[in-house]
Design a protein around this ligand. Structure first.
Ligand SMILES: C[S@@+](CC[C@H](N)C(=O)[O-])C[C@H]1O[C@@H](n2cnc3c(N)ncnc32)[C@H](O)[C@@H]1O
Length: 323
């Protein structure tokens, strides 16, 4: 890495030229001015121009490379720049115990600070009439329509339910609050397991949270899964909750679920059809996946996403499947 120290005297145009030539910039000026420089760099980058999903991702990767080239030095999670915020708690939550010197892209650091605020304040989830506190790097239930699908859909008779890929634990919490006597939630991300455990404890709900790849031991009467819904390679930490390369989790889930389901049980798969609109998976691929796993579709209930970045035609469905 060709590291150059820069400060408040640098213009955004010069910074961009240095980055274009392969340099990484270590900021030594005022912290708030660094934020302004980042905003100015962002404005100078070309906007995405139409194109397909792959063009969009290439464009995003290019933006990330440029914007991640402005670094801030921290020492034991402390920034010693003028007008710098106290980021000790935010960094502790994102990176663990202080471990000396770190150079962090300012863009990432701002994400860490934002995640700390979100974790502290939580997100009100109407279906739970309570707040869910997402941890850094864990999929946050800022979309509510999929939670409502699980909250509103008539429950089959279930003594045991599994929530596979639980994230913040929001769906497991909904199932427990709806009265399922035993709920087991799993995730293969350590951060998600800590986060879900924290949320169910705050809510006073009796949910067992297990770190594992897909299924916990035993069988359930109801198995719920809201898998990452875009079949493409994850790049960033958060991508793992949204991108599922070659639909590995979805197919792993479908192909293993019958072994963990009681014979009269039900499977609920929550899935946005965004991948279909992007041309990354066809509806018939999905239906073939269900069929191949020995599952019949016994119902499909849909909701239109209300979140800001939803595409007009995107629909999220709860697929009810039975062996
Ligand atoms: C779209 S998020 C859903 C999170 C949560 N269930 C919700 O509805 O808000 C997908 C989750 O699946 C988890 N995941 C991905 N692959 C997994 C696997 N093989 N086993 C367990 N969890 C997995 C991710 O870590 C992520 O938390």
């Amino acid at each position: 890495m060709h590291l150059i120290t820069v400060d408040d005297t640098i213009s955004a145009d010069r910074a961009l030229r240095l980055i274009d030539r392969g340099s990484t910039l270590l900021w030594e000026g005022d912290f708030q001015n660094a934020k302004q420089l980042l905003t100015a760099l962002r404005r100078r980058l070309p906007a995405a121009r139409g194109g397909g999903f792959r063009d969009h991702r290439r464009h995003q990767a290019l933006r990330a490379r440029v914007l991640n080239s402005l670094l801030i030095a921290t020492s034991d999670h402390t920034i010693s720049l003028r007008r710098a915020p106290d980021v000790r708690q935010a960094c502790l939550e994102a990176y663990g115990r202080p471990d000396g010197e770190r150079l962090i892209p300012l863009r990432e650091l701002l994400g860490v600070i934002g995640a700390h605020q979100l974790r502290h304040e939580g997100i009100h989830v109407e279906a739970l009439n309570a707040r869910i506190h997402p941890h850094y790097g864990v999929f946050a239930p800022t979309r509510s329509e999929y939670v409502d699908l699980v909250a509103d859909h008539p429950l089959p008779t279930a003594t045991v339910a599994f929530d596979i890929g639980t994230g913040t634990g929001v769906l497991a919490a909904v199932l427990a609050q709806r009265g399922v006597p035993k709920v087991v939630a799993t995730d293969n991300s350590e951060r998600a397991v800590a986060c879900a455990s924290d949320n169910v404890r705050r809510l006073g709900l009796d949910v067992e949270v297990v770190e594992t790849d897909l299924f916990p031991p035993g069988r359930a009467d109801l198995i719920v899964c809201n898998p990452p819904w875009i079949p493409a390679r994850p790049i960033s930490l958060l991508d793992h909750a949204v991108y599922d390369e070659d639909s590995r989790m979805l197919h792993g889930f479908l192909n293993g679920v019958r072994e963990h389901l009681n014979p009269s049980g039900e499977v609920w798969v929550i899935l946005s059809d965004l991948a279909e609109h992007l041309g990354l998976r066809s509806r018939s691929d999905l239906l073939t996946g269900f069929q191949y796993a020995g599952l019949r579709v016994v119902g499909r209930f849909s909701a239109v996403p209300r979140h800001r970045r939803a595409r007009d035609e995107e629909v999220t469905s709860l697929w009810r499947l039975c062996p």
